[in-house]
Design a protein around this ligand. Structure first.
Ligand SMILES: *Cc1c(COP(=O)(O)O)cnc(C)c1O
Length: 424
């Protein structure tokens, strides 16, 4: 028996939703996202001032951000539009972590104006920040441990990664800031992405705790927080197991007591900036089968494509597929499941065993709730799909309409307009 994954709707319900909102679209499960947010906060309830700053880039939709704000999350932003989105949702001040890199001056200005926590990615940005604006009273630096830490496949090795300060630069950076009169300090690292081992996060946190103790002593400063970044993975494959938040929490708590409390640094707050693990498993890309073809392989063509979800195309990432109404049918047909881009990597699945599929079937692509719609693009003139929110009572709210042909042409100067087919 092959492992399976569940969906929070059945075929009849989905056909009803589709009557109003044509495929393809992304749909997010509100109840599941809220429950998950609460699980995370509960797991870390021991940690002083624990905060999760939701990485906006994962699912930059105001309905999602407001929901997570209600659950007590802040926002982790790294661009002007993400800052504007957070501001629009009423997230401001130190509820915003600005973890950017290669940052334009105006973005620092905006982040400072909002009172966000500035997480500097590079040593030279200290001068840059001072020239552009003022030095804020609270400053955070991003640490890149280089060869001291192994990375993983998606983010790569830390020593090959463009982010952060070296260890030596951190000491120098905090000294400069101290001498400029800064009193409040934070330390950040994000060295893994889609990591499924709880212990990896415990080890990263230990690295940061060690540094906090060392730097505090060397420079006679005290740290207000460590931000252990995002990167908690999700079980894209049905046989994989979700990371247990309480397991990460347990390991960190032990390290906190042994390294932080023992060294007189207690009160140090613990922050996180996860995106994927918060919304990823609770978003689905729903699409309909347009065609089947058989040449050297068997193909199933969907009305969604890589422009709706590009993870399989760019990373060869696995996304589980469910054919609605055929959940219990035998998986005895081998297919490549494709979109319609003129790119041969526009495939949601390669050599996947699925039930017999017919045109008109509904295919649900799992784990599209983070870095899914957000990574969408317009190549080949494809339009970004709608985003829907599935509520607890089974009703559906449109939280982003689908792009139209008019949106696609909106940035062009075409005085007479484009003659649109009436249906679009
Ligand atoms: C992408 C990113 C995150 C979120 O990563 P997830 O894998 O979605 O948890 C957090 N912080 C920074 C700086 C990032 O670039």
């Amino acid at each position: 028996m092959l492992a399976t994954k569940k969906v929070p709707f059945n075929k009849a319900q989905m056909e009803q939703i589709i009557e109003k909102y044509p495929t393809p679209f992304h749909i997010y499960d509100e109840v599941a996202i809220r429950e998950n947010a609460r699980r995370l906060l509960a797991a870390f309830s021991w940690a002083p001032g624990f905060k999760e700053y939701f990485a906006v880039k994962a699912t930059p939709n105001p309905a999602i951000l407001r929901m997570l704000k209600e659950e007590g999350f802040g926002a982790d932003c790294s661009s002007m539009t993400e800052l504007l989105l957070a501001e629009h949702c009423g997230i401001a001040g130190e509820k915003i972590m600005f973890s950017s890199n290669n940052t334009p001056a105006e973005e620092y200005e905006k982040a400072l104006a909002l009172g966000a926590i500035i997480n500097l990615d590079d040593f030279t940005h200290i001068d840059f920040l001072e020239k552009q604006a003022t030095i804020p009273e609270l400053i955070c630096f991003r640490y890149n441990p280089g060869p001291l830490k192994k990375g993983n496949d998606i983010i790569g090795k830390p020593e090959e990664a463009k982010y952060g300060f070296t260890r030596e630069q951190l000491f120098e950076g905090y000294r400069i800031m101290r001498d400029k009169g800064v009193k409040r300090f934070g330390l950040h690292a994000m060295v893994a992405s889609n990591e499924l081992h709880a212990n990896y996060f415990v080890e990263t946190t230990k690295l940061l705790f060690e540094l906090v103790v060392e730097i505090s002593k060397a420079l006679e400063i005290s740290f207000e927080f460590v931000n252990i970044g995002g990167g908690i993975g999700i079980p894209y494959k049905p046989e994989q197991k979700a990371v247990d938040f309480s397991q990460i929490s347990k390991g960190i708590k032990k390290a906190y007591e042994q390294m932080i409390v023992k060294n007189g640094c207690d009160g140090l707050k613990l922050y996180m900036e996860c995106g994927r693990v918060i919304t990823g498993p609770y978003g689905y890309l729903v699409s309909r089968v347009l065609h089947k073809k058989t040449i050297y392989k068997n193909y199933v063509g969907l009305d969604a494509c890589m422009a709706n979800l590009m993870r399989p195309g760019i990373y060869g990432a696995y996304h589980h597929l469910t054919v609605l109404g055929k959940e219990t049918a035998p998986l005895d047909h081998l297919y490549d499941v494709t979109g319609s881009l003129c790119e041969n990597n526009d495939k949601f699945a390669i050599d996947r065993l699925l039930p017999l599929i017919e045109p008109g079937d509904l295919v649900v692509i799992h784990d599209a709730g983070a870095h899914g719609h957000a990574m969408g693009f317009n190549y080949n003139g494809k339009l970004r799909s709608a985003e829907l929110l599935l509520k607890g009572d089974g009703s559906v709210e449109l939280i982003r309409r689908a792009e139209t042909v008019a949106d696609y042409f909106a940035t062009l100067d075409i005085p007479d307009g484009i003659c649109l087919p009436s249906k679009l």
